[in-house]
Design a protein around this ligand. Structure first.
Ligand code: GLN
Length: 242
């Protein structure tokens, strides 16, 4: 089998309800990057009630309004054991904002409603009055500098079972003055960074693709360079004020 025939199944979680600030761009960027790395991506969109495919290589999800989060929280609860099993098995996942919150233990909205999460990440979130909005820059050991855009009012607190995705260089992060952004347990990453995140941060796409490829095909060697447009987009977003 040549590399180009290698399929990677990307499950896009709840694109109907959880797709704001360009989160769908993450799915497109991941798919293009997988092609550039010599794989044949297959995107499977899962909305409430849809059956999951038999093979799942990567799971990716975005953010949404509190109302959309309520709808998907109920559906996600029915899949909690399956998703936890996949996470324990090393399936790489990226959950942005609203789904980052629901992959934690709970999200208590500003109105006081409690949405139960699936606890894949050891985090919990409290809705607040202050919105954290703007361009954000992180420093990370594994992915280098991460550049994104945050827009949330939830403040997320990490337990010992998760480590932050990165240190905040510019912006708020998990909470006002948290100093840290995102959470990671095993191969599952949660983050508030929209923007979209993956078009500007191919290192994270390569992590998701690499872990998926190692699980399914036994190895991964990056063959795709980072193109000039990405470099320019990163520089331009970094220069913008918050
Ligand atoms: N409602 C959540 C918050 O504001 C999630 C927002 C989002 O997904 N952008 O914290």
């Amino acid at each position: 089998m040549t590399d180009i025939e290698r399929e990677l199944v990307i499950v896009s979680l709840y694109p109907r309800d959880m797709n704001i600030y360009g989160d769908r761009g993450n799915v497109l960027a991941l798919s293009r990057r997988a092609e550039a790395q010599g794989f044949t991506p297959r995107i499977v969109e899962i909305n409430p009630g849809d059956p999951l495919p038999d093979t799942i290589d990567i799971v990716i999800g975005g953010g949404g309004q509190d109302s959309g989060q309520g709808r998907v929280a109920l559906d996600l609860a029915t899949r909690a054991d399956t998703v936890r099993g996949l996470a324990d098995d090393g399936v790489p996942m990226l959950m942005i904002c609203g789904l980052y919150q629901l992959f934690g233990h709970r999200f208590v909205t500003h109105a006081g409603d409690e949405l139960t999460g699936i606890g894949v990440l050891d985090v919990e979130t409290l809705g607040g009055t202050e919105r954290m909005i703007g361009n954000i820059v992180l420093d990370t050991d594994e992915f280098g500098e991460i550049i994104g855009y945050e827009n949330h009012s939830g403040s997320t607190h990490l337990g010992p079972g998760s480590v932050p995705l990165g240190r905040v260089v510019q912006g708020a992060g998990n909470a006002p003055d948290a100093g840290a952004e995102g959470a990671r347990t095993g191969n599952v990453i949660g983050s508030y960074l929209h923007g979209s995140l993956l078009p500007k941060n191919p290192a994270i796409s390569d992590f998701l693709i690499g872990e998926a490829a190692r699980r399914r095909y036994g190895s991964f060697t990056s063959v795709a360079p980072v193109n000039e447009t990405v470099v320019r987009a990163r520089e331009s977003a970094k220069r913008r004020p918050r």
